[in-house]
Ligand binder design. Structure first.
Ligand code: ATP
Ligand code: MG
Length: 595
């Protein structure tokens, strides 16, 4: 099917009116200082992410609005159980996070102390995250499916002083490594279903909270004081610890408005786990800053459940990831036909390139195209986006948000130089100065320094900018394939393969070749109902050659039941390559189990 290259938007028809209506005008009049002033400072001065997210609303009608709607794993599965739904208003959230901050204080924990969280998406995780920020502690949420080794490594390099986890996770993953964590002073446990626990060497969180006062004045921090330590996804190598400061909240606020278009009446669902930066910046902080209700589902991905939640919970703004979209596509059209999404008005995606096929799938199946946006753990917030009023060019990440200057740079003898012409591939760079820029890689000062050249932060991603100012992702600098003098971005090849009805996922690598430098090899997994055989192989090779030309199309295609992915859902091309070439697999701490 031939499709228009652009999905046109009629901004006047969108309700509510999008925050970013006129891109050029808004960019011109934007200033970070104005956003800072709008967000305000704490009474008496200072800033604290948790104050801005929660306590700032207490003198307004938002105080009685639901902040989080938590769904337990059983919610919607068994009508007789209603204990697996819990709504928490902003006022309640303020009291609960105050209790938690006081509980930390009673243990002598506060400013600058490192607090780690290890739990599934349960209410206590969100309360502890915001309470820790209130107390001035530096917060690190870990992904609850990590095994003991990745937990130990991160807690060691992050100098974890306090860990909040569940009794079950403690027994399974922490007890065995505890002796190797001398800096870990306190472990606070949540019992099964929130019940009390008494495990030797740990404290019961519920008891501590009960004894604590529900009044607490958030610590007054400066914009440069550290707030969060996030580990990257480990897609390209060993995960790095990116440090973020309280001033980042200004970006969270501005991007919640422009890129996610949050309005007070929205029911927002960010599907990312708080163990990754998206799940914290946009699963906790940004929606609270805007006073909206966030849905938090403890259960893992399940196509039927997700469609049901979108429908029954009246989700209006949905922030998800390409891997989830591909899994929904893979589940087939029959499942989705049972549901309707009249309240859904905006869908965005981040984490990996979003294949044009997925954008169109959204438009056809959900009634809304999916809006790709780009950012990294290091940037702390969304930088480049397709926003509601902007025409979409499927396959493009969109345009830089107000306040963000993005450009393409090339290496020269003296450093890096901005490429001013359109449609030239080079490294994506951002002009420094946005509030949520990372402040360092933990214990890797030299590596941090190398990310900058003059006024630019170098992202490590290759992209190009077209004449309309839209950015197109080419590939990670590490993944780009050099074949017979061509630079081939894996994304282009993967997207072409995804257009074939049989293909569910594709991952492309370069294989060393004495003649041409590297040849292109693709790995694909198939949708339900298709069988891997020679006939299909020939068909896919032919399809790719027709779409891409012989110089860019894969020479080889291999079928896999599924592709190796990080736990945050990204295809690990470095692992496909290592396995293909029989090389060591490197750091696999973030590899999804069984992949
Ligand atoms: P590591 O740095 O440890 O290798 P990672 O880069 O995957 O892991 P994250 O910070 O979670 O860790 O991911 C950011 C990266 O994800 C970006 O640099 C980019 O390569 C990719 N990415 C994110 N969003 C998009 C997008 N919309 N399009 C293309 N790539 C994206
Ligand atoms: Mg990275």
């Amino acid at each position: 099917m031939t499709r228009a290259a652009i999905i046109r938007k009629n901004a006047a028809a969108l309700a509510p009116a999008p925050h970013l209506l006129d891109y050029e005008v808004e960019r011109r009049r934007f200033s970070w200082d104005a956003v800072r002033a709008e967000l305000g400072t704490m009474p008496g001065g200072g800033i604290n992410i948790a104050w801005a997210a929660v306590d700032r609303h207490l003198g307004t009608p938002v105080r009685d609005h639901v902040a989080f709607r938590f769904l337990g794993r059983d919610a919607h599965c068994n009508a007789l159980r209603n204990d697996s739904r819990r709504d928490i208003t902003y006022a309640e959230l303020a009291r609960l996070t105050n209790r938690f901050a006081n509980a930390l204080r009673s243990l002598g924990v506060g400013r600058g102390d490192r607090v780690f969280l290890l739990a599934s998406r349960i209410p206590e995780l969100y309360i502890a995250a915001l309470g820790a920020l209130k107390s001035g502690s530096v917060l690190t949420p870990l992904f609850s499916a990590f095994g003991p080794e990745p937990i130990k490594t991160r807690m060691t390099i992050g100098a974890c002083k306090v860990l909040i986890t569940t009794e079950a996770l403690y027994r399974r993953k922490v007890a065995s490594i505890r002796a190797e964590l001398p800096q870990l002073e306190h472990i606070l446990l949540v019992g099964e279903g929130g019940a009390r626990t008494s495990v030797p060497g740990t404290r019961d969180l519920a008891t501590l909270m009960e004894a604590a006062s529900d009044a607490f004045e958030a610590e007054r921090m400066s914009a440069d004081d550290l707030a969060l330590l996030h580990f990257t996804s480990g897609t390209t190598g060993t995960p790095k610890g990116a440090m973020h400061a309280h001033g980042a909240v200004v970006t969270h606020y501005a991007t919640g408005r422009y890129a996610l278009d949050l309005h007070p009446e929205d029911l927002f669902w960010c599907t990312a786990d708080p163990g990754w930066v998206t799940g914290t910046s946009y699963g906790i902080i940004a929606p609270l800053l805007h006073g909206v209700t966030s849905l938090v589902d403890e259960a893992d991905f399940d196509a039927e459940r997700w469609y049901r939640l979108l429908q029954d919970e009246h989700v209006s703004v949905w922030y998800t990831a390409p891997t989830a979209v591909r899994m929904l596509m893979k589940a087939g059209p029959e499942v989705v036909k049972k549901y309707r999404f009249p309240e859904l008005r905006f869908i965005a995606s981040v984490g990996e390139p979003l294949n044009p096929e997925a954008v169109w799938w959204g438009a056809q199946v959900l009634g809304l195209p999916i809006h790709d946006n780009w950012w990294q753990t290091e940037t702390g917030g969304i930088m480049i986006a397709n926003t509601p009023a902007m025409d979409i060019k499927p396959g493009s990440m969109g345009r830089p948000l107000p306040g963000i200057d993005a450009c393409i740079v090339k290496k020269t003898d003296t450093g890096f130089e901005e490429v001013r012409e359109a449609d030239v591939e080079g490294e994506l760079a951002l002009r420094v100065g946005w509030p949520s820029m990372f402040r360092g890689y933990l214990n890797q000062e030299e590596r941090y320094r190398k990310c900058f050249s003059g006024d630019y932060y170098l992202t490590g991603d290759l992209a190009r900018r077209d004449a309309d100012g839209y950015f197109w992702f080419v590939g990670r600098a590490d993944d780009v394939i050099k074949s017979a003098g061509h630079l081939i971005g894996p994304f282009e090849v993967e997207s072409a393969l995804m257009e074939h009805p049989a293909v569910a996922e594709a991952g492309v690598i370069g294989k060393p070749d004495p003649m041409v430098g590297e040849t292109v090899k693709a790995f694909v997994s198939l949708k339900a109902g298709y069988t891997a055989n020679d006939e299909l192989l020939m068909e896919l090779l032919g399809h790719a050659r027709k779409r891409l030309g012989a110089a860019v199309a894969p020479k080889e295609i291999a079928f896999l039941p599924s592709l190796p992915r990080t736990r945050s859902g990204k295809i690990m091309r470095r692992l496909l390559k290592a396995r293909e070439l029989g090389l060591p697999e490197g750091d696999t701490s973030t590899l999804e189990s069984g992949a």
